[in-house]
Design a protein around this ligand. Structure first.
Ligand code: AHR
Length: 519
């Protein structure tokens, strides 16, 4: 039996419902005169990895494919990603990055060597998608590339030459090689990761040893011809605060940012992770409360950074996050192909509501992975029929993109809170607001598995006349888009906003998300 209680010490005069009623009430207090930080658009970053069908079959099918493509990139996927306004794309991994040798992925395709992708299912990688294909994709999407360099099995020379190849405009060996390969002008590459998960698949190192390697590798990553590098140290996983502490002490003055990875895995790493689509209410609540625990994890890493970097010089990048379920039946276990339901959509909205609060330090977040892997935006048919579906998570990213580069408006939520398995608590309402170009946007999530929420929104500094926007809801918390029913979950105009005597009231069905423009 779940315990219901109200969050926050101040319980106010609200008439709260009991746990058995079909309707809950809650309250949001928003003061549009109190402005916070700008929410960097990079909080809405993506991650692409040579893993399963993320690159091959997902982003890239090659120019000779039957699937409609533009220079080898899937047209449908490209368009969907353009609509999403992807600000930054990380590549080539993940774990793959520390086994990737970039020189294998340049030059004439027929001469590129093949390799075995040891991390991900032993798949043969033909290197037909390499540096040019990735950086050109970023140009087509209008996003910043974020390159993850190989520290685990690569050399200092290899990383240094990669930076030179991509960014030098001089008469230098690597710039000339790039020109021979058909690209005259260098690309601009700002974000450079020096290793990935160096505590694990990136080399199983101790933070002290990694810090020394970071110093060495990053020294030779030069800035060519006006290209400013933003160097990212490979950071901690979840609750490994010692990693952050050691790295901040040893290399805090030599990096622009340190990363962090946090996945909403509810059963642990070495046991079945649970089905993406077939789950109980208890598992639903446990997932959302585990996702919300990222707040405490961010706070603790940030506290260490504040102690060791009081001038706030080093940024924190959550460059991998999202849900992780068992693979879909019949798919390669090493490809991590998972479906994506309303539960995943709520993980996305609840996560953004938290990320927006910590942007003094948190400057980027990259959900894993953009297509066909963990909490993806898009799934393409694994049979290669050319079908594509947008996931509920895609729709949240699209609805929330009004918050990119907007000024954060702090707010307070009073709502019912439930205890979930694993000793965590879950407030049933979550919200975030921002202001851009004179317009206030409010996103609200009702996380209740089965109850409608009536939410009163008290606003200081704005007399609301109406609130318009979209709602994302599923018939079930496990509703998802399949190739048979690609539009089972999609945004619709929101009809549940009422303004009476200047007071805004929202009625949100169970497991739903809205983004509204307040006018
Ligand atoms: O996202 C899948 C894997 O998770 C990444 O390759 C790795 O960095 C992390 O362990």
């Amino acid at each position: 039996m779940k315990k219901h209680f109200k969050s926050f010490a101040v319980l106010s005069l609200l008439a709260f419902s009991t746990s058995t009623s079909a309707q809950l009430t809650s309250e949001i207090s928003l003061d549009v005169t109190k402005e916070g930080n700008v929410i960097p658009k990079e909080i809405y970053g993506q991650f692409s990895e040579h893993l399963g069908q993320c690159i091959y079959g997902g982003l890239w099918v090659g120019e000779n494919s039957q699937i409609p493509n533009e220079k080898g990139y899937r047209k449908d996927v490209l368009q969907a990603l353009k609509d999403l306004h992807v600000p930054v794309l990380r590549w080539p991994g993940g774990c793959f990055a520390d086994e990737y040798h970039w020189m294998d992925g340049i030059g004439p395709k027929e001469k590129r060597p093949t390799m075995v992708n040891n991390n991900w299912g032993g798949t043969v990688e033909d290197n037909s998608f390499g540096t040019h294909e990735f950086l050109n994709l970023c140009e087509m999407l209008g996003c910043e590339p974020y390159i993850s360099g190989n520290v685990g099995s690569g050399t200092v020379e290899e990383m240094a030459k990669w930076v030179e190849y991509m960014t030098s405009d001089g008469n230098s060996p690597m710039a000339n090689l790039r020109r021979e390969n058909g690209r005259e002008k260098p690309w601009k590459v700002k974000f450079l990761g020096v290793g990935n998960e160096s505590w694990g698949c990136g080399g199983n190192m101790r933070p002290e040893y990694y810090s020394d390697l970071y110093r060495r590798y990053s020294t030779y990553c030069r800035e060519y011809d006006g290209n400013k590098l933003y160097k990212v140290a490979s950071g901690a996983s979840d609750y490994d605060y010692n990693w952050t502490r050691v790295c901040m002490k040893a290399i805090g003055n030599k990096m622009n940012a340190i990363s962090l990875h946090y996945y909403s895995v509810i059963n642990g790493w070495d046991v079945p992770k649970g089905s993406a689509t077939d789950f109980t209410t208890a598992e639903y609540l446990r997932t959302l409360s585990k996702c919300r625990e990222v707040e405490e994890v961010l706070q603790k890493h940030i506290a260490i950074m504040d102690e060791l970097d009081p001038k706030n010089r080093v940024d924190l990048l959550l460059d991998e996050w999202g849900t992780w379920w068992d693979v879909e039946e019949g798919t390669n276990p090493g490809w991590l192909f998972q479906q994506n339901t309303m539960r995943d959509a709520l993980v996305a909205s609840l996560s953004f509501d938290i990320f927006h609060k910590y942007t003094r330090r948190l400057k980027m977040a990259n959900i894993a992975q953009i297509v066909n892997v963990l909490q993806s935006m898009i799934l393409t048919d694994q049979e290669g029929t050319g079908h594509m579906v947008l996931t509920p998570t895609y729709h949240v990213f699209r609805m929330y993109n009004v918050h990119q580069d907007a000024t954060y408006l702090p707010l307070e939520v009073k709502c019912d809170v439930v205890d979930t398995e694993g000793n965590r608590k879950l407030p049933l309402v979550s919200a975030t607001a921002s202001k851009k170009n004179g317009q206030v946007h409010l996103s609200v999530t009702n996380a209740s598995p089965d109850k409608t929420e009536t939410i009163t929104v008290n606003i200081n500094g704005l007399t609301v006349k109406n609130a318009e926007g979209e709602i994302l809801e599923g018939k079930e918390m496990g509703s998802y888009n399949s190739f048979q029913k690609p539009e089972e979950v999609k945004p619709a105009p929101f009809k549940g906003a009422k303004v009476k005597k200047g007071v805004l009231t929202l009625t949100l069905p169970a497991h739903s998300i809205v983004t509204l423009t307040l006018k």
